[in-house]
Design a protein around this ligand. Structure first.
Ligand code: HEC
Length: 325
């Protein structure tokens, strides 16, 4: 019996260390300052999407973000498929028809535009990277189809608490770093970079009230401190916007959301926070459309394996019961 428990513990240790290895590699990429975690209906082991939220998220994407960002991996038909926003098929069809999609060549060898169909991908706002950059001060608005998987939140805990946080994330099934980050970026715009006071080479962060009293204070997006050297103030570049959550704190995207820019039909208040939350959830679905199915099957597989383990344990005891130790 003791040996069995020991072996069990060894297996558990192996699983936890493998899992925590994965969690570290995932959290090491992207992210700026600590970004707070949000509550998502699709979080956790039994997570599922909130259809109404996905529908609102698509509305925000369509009315605000799609002027600059494409979601080229998404087809109109996906919008009415199970597990997603589940718009009525007629609605998705009608929506597709409002877009002009290029097709061809026709009999004369020319490309032409026609109304969209359910099978078409959602057209991107720009034809190519050069056009996108020239409309955005040289910056490229990335495609948002997989953004929720491409970004993560950086962890900033003391190293000795990392195993605890990793195990907690594995047990609770935390995978929402991407939507947390997108929400963080959308909610972390500031009017201006914070003011700093120079104390003989050391830069100390000051408040806006201090800056009012002394307008000569430098404003720094980030401050680089090296031991034995004077601090370096990275000022904001021309045309950039201060953002706490974006790495480096300067982003080329102007704050896209303001209270009231989108009118929700379901009575949800039109606040920046709701827009940010809904559009982040929508991107989480777009990047992982099979999330619900995966979580449901995963949970069933775990329960099945657990049951089998118990049965195998008793079977093993019975088979070996006649053999003397
Ligand atoms: C006016 C054009 C414009 C609009 C509108 C816009 N964006 Fe952006 N977005 C950009 C540009 C340009 C960048 C690239 C920023 C950079 O690299 O500094 C960007 C970058 C991003 C990023 C990537 C940040 C990163 O980590 O690289 C995300 C996420 C994003 N936008 C989401 C959104 C969402 C969601 C909306 C709608 C609510 C939106 N954007 C609306 C222009 C826009």
């Amino acid at each position: 019996m003791t040996r069995f428990v020991l072996k069990g513990l060894a297996c558990l240790g192996l699983v936890v260390s493998l899992g925590s290895g994965l969690a570290t590699s995932a959290s090491a990429s992207g992210g700026g300052d600590e970004i707070s975690r949000q509550h998502w209906t699709f979080g956790g082991l039994r997570g599922h999407f909130d259809r109404a939220q996905l529908q609102r998220g698509f509305q925000v994407y369509k009315e605000v973000c799609s002027t600059c960002h494409g979601m080229k991996r998404l087809s109109f038909r996906n919008l009415s498929e199970k597990g997603g926003p589940e718009f009525a098929e007629d609605g998705a069809k009608g929506l597709a028809e409002t877009y002009k999609v290029s097709d061809g060549p026709n009999d004369q060898g020319k490309m032409f535009k026609r109304p969209g169909r359910l099978s078409d991908r959602i057209p991107s706002p720009f034809d190519n990277e050069q056009q996108a950059r020239s409309a955005n001060n040289g910056a490229l608005p990335p495609d948002l189809s997989l953004m929720a998987l491409a970004r993560k939140v950086e962890v900033d805990h003391p190293f000795y608490t990392l195993p605890y946080h990793m195990i907690k994330d594995i047990v609770t099934g935390y995978q929402e770093g991407g939507p947390d980050y997108i929400y963080g970026v959308l909610m972390s715009y500031g009017e201006n970079a914070p003011p700093y006071k120079d104390n003989g080479g050391h830069l100390a962060k000051m408040t806006e009230a201090d800056a009012k009293a002394n307008p000569a204070m430098p404003r720094c997006a980030t401050v680089v401190s090296e031991p034995g050297q004077a601090d370096v103030c990275n000022k904001m570049s021309e045309g950039m916007h201060y953002n706490e959550a974006f790495p480096g704190h300067q982003i080329a995207m102007p704050a896209p959301l303001r209270d009231g820019v989108v009118k929700y039909a379901d009575g949800t208040p039109g606040t920046t926070e709701n827009y940010a939350r809904d559009v982040s959830a929508f991107q989480a679905w777009a990047a992982d459309p099979k999330l619900e199915e995966r979580k449901r099957l995963g949970l069933m597989a775990m329960l099945y394996l657990l049951g089998t383990t118990v049965l195998l344990y008793f079977a093993k005891r019975r088979i070996w019961s006649g053999v003397p130790h």
